[in-house]
Design a protein around this ligand. Structure first.
Ligand code: CFM
Ligand code: HCA
Length: 534
């Protein structure tokens, strides 16, 4: 691996090579307590073909995109809005046909040159008015794209003015694409905005005895539907999901739940921490990707509530669900055992999906995030030692205090410690590196060039990444699974999702088609001949 790393770095100018060297880490055999430090959440060198997207994508597309009862108006050129229009495969399901769902529409101010020169605030006001007149929504939100920040339109004062005028909730996000170094900045801005403008508005107590929020689950390919089915079977009430299959109405009520269960640590832990501070709700990391991981997460949630009946019900559900899953797992395992996977995705799935590959007996030889921070790789224990640079300092950090009326300590520190003694951790995430085997690569913000070199050197049986990577990888003769959109597949979460994944991966890694990627005449050129002199 060291040789491969030097060969990759050789091609870069010295300064770039030095920077990339810190972002390409090798897991060495050694003490299991030594987790190597990785360079992460730093700027991509211009000119390098990165997988990353922008701050606006993280705010509008990722966090607010899956919420169906809000009209999300993109203030900017039409392309920004069009790009974020359902490309992420976040699904939704209304409880009735007349319940609002604006996700199928694409709202934008469609800024033109003259708006850039003379300002776009007037056009934004008109757009809000028009959306209100046509749809009569209860909430409208506005997203700034790059040019808005450059020309200085004040979207927040427009939102305040229109909120006053129309009498509905209207708020904006300063999530200009260039902010921060990736989508990650947009997550933080979105968390802050929802927390400030929505959470805590509705105190009605809903649901049964065991009430949780699911944080960082976005219902890609229907994942949330499967998780909802399982939670329901266990008798656990889902008060709000941030933000798969969600509504603003649920966010407003989310502070009344008793536990925040966090799936995607990268995108939503800000919300969990702020809710704990203000409302006294503890949070724990869970993972519904992988059958075993799903069972483990359900048990963790049940242990939090310390209720015998709930624990028994959870065990019953696991027992009924896991048998057919195991059968499918064994079938697929016989076809997949020993094969190699590479996973380069976002800020959490490159970790979570290693569970499913392990269930198939497949080894993850390289993995990495597009925009994870050091804690997503090395675990939250490194948080105090992370240096905050200027790019992160640009993103507002809300100062949150106990709500004088709505704060309700769900469990005292002693009660939490008692549960922790049984192996359930709170406010904890161990990161991707500790779960990977020795002699594997962990690479942050991998480039196109590095992807090609890695495939050449390690010859994986499957490569997981996004749409920009897909066809280059397939052209090299390696099957490729999009772990963002699942291509056209899914769900992959929970028990039924695991079965879908086993079937898709065993089919893909056992197909002969990839051996035909090289045309016959490239392998054995029939026209090749030697010319005899004379
Ligand atoms: Fe979290 Fe996500 Fe991901 Fe993410 Fe994303 Fe996504 Fe992703 Mo694409 S919130 S970090 S910003 S799990 S959109 S649903 S698939 S990169 S690994
Ligand atoms: C985003 C969304 C994305 C892109 C996926 C991809 C998604 O980051 O803007 O590159 O294929 O999951 O849709 O991550």
């Amino acid at each position: 691996l060291h040789k491969i790393k030097s060969e990759i770095l050789e091609k870069y100018p010295t300064k770039v090579a030095r920077k990339r060297a810190k972002q390409i880490v090798i897991n060495e055999p050694g003490d299991s307590n030594t987790i190597p430090e990785i360079g992460a959440n730093i700027r991509t060198v211009p000119g390098i073909l990165t997988q990353r997207g922008c701050c606006y994508a993280g705010c509008k597309g990722v966090i607010l995109g899956p919420t169906r009862d809000v009209i999300n108006i993109v203030h900017g050129p039409v392309g920004c809005s069009f790009y974020a229009w359902l490309t992420r495969r976040n699904q939704t399901s209304t409880p009735s046909d007349d319940a609002p769902n604006y996700m199928t529409y694409c709202f934008t101010t469609d800024m033109q040159d003259e708006n850039i020169v003379f300002g776009g605030e007037k056009k934004l006001k008109q757009a809000i008015q028009e959306a209100f007149d046509i749809f009569h929504p209860e909430t409208i939100s506005v997203f700034s794209t790059c040019p808005v920040g450059l020309i200085g339109d004040d979207i927040h004062s427009v939102c305040r003015e229109m909120k006053e005028k129309l009498g509905i909730n209207i708020f904006g996000f300063s999530c200009e694409g260039y902010k921060g170094v990736s989508q990650s900045a947009g997550h933080h801005i979105a968390n802050n905005g929802i927390f400030k403008n929505v959470v805590g508005l509705d105190d009605t107590i809903k649901g049964g005895k065991f009430r949780i929020n699911l944080l960082g689950e976005y219902n890609i390919g229907g994942d949330a539907f499967e998780i909802e089915r399982i939670l329901d079977a266990c008798g656990i009430s889902l008060i709000s999901t941030f933000s798969g299959n969600s509504t603003i109405e649920q966010f407003a009520n989310s502070h009344t739940a008793d536990l925040n269960a966090v799936m995607c640590h990268r995108s939503i832990t800000y919300m969990a921490e702020m809710m704990e501070e203000k409302y006294g709700m503890p949070w724990m990391k869970i993972n519904f990707i992988g059958a075993e991981a799903t069972a483990k997460s359900l048990r963790k949630i049940a242990q939090y509530f310390e209720d015998e009946e709930l624990m028994a019900r959870v065990e019953e559900v696991i027992a009924t669900e896991i048998t057919p899953v195991k059968e499918e797992m064994e079938k697929a395992r016989a076809l997949c055992e020993g094969k190699l996977a590479m996973l380069f995705v976002g800020g959490s799935r490159a970790h979570h999906y290693q569970e499913l590959f392990a269930e198939l007996g497949m080894r993850t030889v390289s993995a990495g995030y597009e925009f994870g921070h050091r804690d997503d790789y090395e675990g939250r224990r490194v948080l105090p030692s992370i240096k905050v640079d200027a790019d992160s300092r640009n993103i507002e950090e809300l100062s949150v205090t106990k709500d004088p009326e709505k704060y309700r300590q769900r469990k005292s520190e002693e009660e939490l410690a008692k549960i922790e003694a049984k192996g359930v951790e709170f406010r904890e995430y161990g990161g991707l590196i500790q779960d990977m085997k020795n002699n594997t690569f962990v690479i942050d913000d991998i480039s196109q060039y590095e992807t090609e070199k890695l495939i050449e050197a390690l010859k994986p049986d499957i490569f997981c990444a996004g749409i920009k990577e897909k066809y280059v990888i397939q052209k090299s003769g390696v099957p490729m699974k999009q772990l963002h959109s699942y291509d056209y597949g899914g769900p992959y979460a929970g028990f039924k999702g695991a079965v879908n994944f086993y079937r898709d991966i065993s089919r893909m890694t056992n197909s002969k088609v990839w051996s035909y990627v090289k045309a016959p005449w490239e392998k054995e050129p029939e026209l090749a001949a030697t010319y005899a002199l004379g």
